[in-house]
Every structure is written in structure tokens, then in C-alpha cells.
Design a protein around this ligand. Sequence first.
Ligand SMILES: Nc1ncnc2c1ncn2[C@@H]1O[C@H](COP(=O)(O)OP(=O)(O)OP(=O)(O)O)[C@@H](O)[C@H]1O
Ligand SMILES: [Mg+2]
Length: 257
Amino acid sequence: MIRAKTGIPEFDEMLGGGLMRNDAIMVAGPAGSGKTTLGLEFLVNGIREFGENGIYLTFEELPDQICRDAATMGWDLRKLESEGKFRIICTSPDLITAAGKDGNILDDYIRGINAKRIVVDSLSHLEMFVDERQFRSEAYRLIMYLKRKGLTSLLAWEAPQMMGQTFGVTDVGLSFLVDSVIMFRFVEIKSEMKRALGIVKMRGSAHDKKLREFTISSNGIKLASTFEGYEGVISGSPHKAADEKMLEMFQFASKKR
Ligand SMILES: Nc1ncnc2c1ncn2[C@@H]1O[C@H](COP(=O)(O)OP(=O)(O)OP(=O)(O)O)[C@@H](O)[C@H]1O
Ligand SMILES: [Mg+2]
């Protein structure tokens, strides 16, 4: 098994069967776009469907809050914890980086539940605690550490959504360090705010290049249509492709007649 499936069927299909095991995958997107939700779903499905235990490492939220939010999706994290299949680690980023030099505080947790998956939520918080020039090498060290431990890692990265621009300089710098990049965005279509995801890069695998709409509900993440016929979805200002617009105008005109 070289794939670590997310358990979201159509997403796994887009990924050519699932994420690559032992890879570091960056999930980049603006606030509220679904990074944490995808991360938790990846971990919960890993445990329930694929027998892979997981760790949720966060620098921002409190365990109770995460458990409460996860419960609205029907994910009982406390139960998974009590079964020894899941761990939430809330810690300060400097503990992760400082301890990286000798043993890492993650060592015991990983060994303790024989973890195969980890979500780091988020690299952006790590960035706030390290010197700007150090950040890339700190991120790299964390990524290599997780690889050595045999984990498949999802790394959340808050990338502000600017019109016409998806990635900043730091984003690009980081994307070299990871094996895959999944991008989340909000797009406006017919005055409605929609969620979209795309696979920006995936080392060593064929993958879908299309942007897909997705929804978040009490059942978690679900993929919907591609944005067929819309141009500019990535820049955040989609408009229908010219030929389709032309077709609509013709139809409208012939109806009028
Ligand atoms: N039970 C639910 N039913 C429907 N939608 C939900 C539910 N729970 C969360 N959401 C939606 O998911 C969004 C939060 O997604 P999530 O926390 O995964 O985003 P994020 O990218 O991690 O954000 P941040 O950068 O703030 O951490 C909410 O704003 C809400 O729209
Ligand atoms: Mg989040």
C-alpha cells in the first residue's frame, strides 16, 4: 500500500488513489476554508477505515474546542483517544523546534499509539514563533523528522486569498519543501460564495488538474462539480468562457424571437 487514502472517495480519485504514504502535504488556504476539517477527516478516516492511528498537533486551538467542533461532524475524538488510536497535542511551537535538536517531544506520542498520520495545524503559527530567516529550515527539519518516523503528514498553511494572486513568496518557498500542495479557495459564482480545492502539485503521481467545488456539512467534506465553463476560478473572479457566453446569448435571442 503506497497510498494513504483520505477516505473522501472523489478526492482520493483526484489524487490518483490517495495521498502518497510518508509524504508531506501542504494544505494551503484562507481562514475558514476547511483546512482543519480536512485534517481531522483524514485522521478519523485513517483510524476508522484504514487502521492508521493519528496525531493532531496544534498550536492554536484548545483540545476541548477541537473536540466540540469535531463532534458536529460526528467524530468522537475523545473516544478515539481513549482507545489509544488518536492523540491531540496542544503545545507551543518553540517546544517542537527546540526539542528537534535531540529527541523530539513527539517521539513518545508517535511510539505510544504507533501513529502513521499526523496533522500539523498550522505551519503559519510555527512561523510566528521562529525567526523569519530560520523558518524555512525549521519547517524543513520538522518535515524530515516526520518522514523519518514514517508518518504521512498534512501541514496546514494559511495563505491569504488575494485577487489574482494565489501564492506569496513564503508560500512558494514552502511549497518546495513539501511533496504535495493542496489549495483551498473561496470563489464567487453568480453571487454565491463557493468553496473550491485543487491539487497544485503532487510528486510521483498523476493527479487531477481541475479545480473542484466542495462543501462542508455535518458529514464532513464532500466534492461537487468541476467549474466547467468558468474561467478565472483560480484568480477568484470566474466568468463564463466566451463560447458559452456566446451560446447563451444565441439561446436568449432565439427565445425572444
Ligand atoms: N458542522 C458543520 N456543518 C456545516 N459547515 C461547517 C460545520 N462545521 C464547520 N463548518 C464550516 O467549516 C468552516 C470552518 O472550516 P475549518 O475550521 O476547517 O477552516 P480552516 O481553514 O481550518 O480555518 P482557520 O484558518 O480559521 O483555522 C466554518 O466556517 C463553517 O463554514
Ligand atoms: Mg483551522
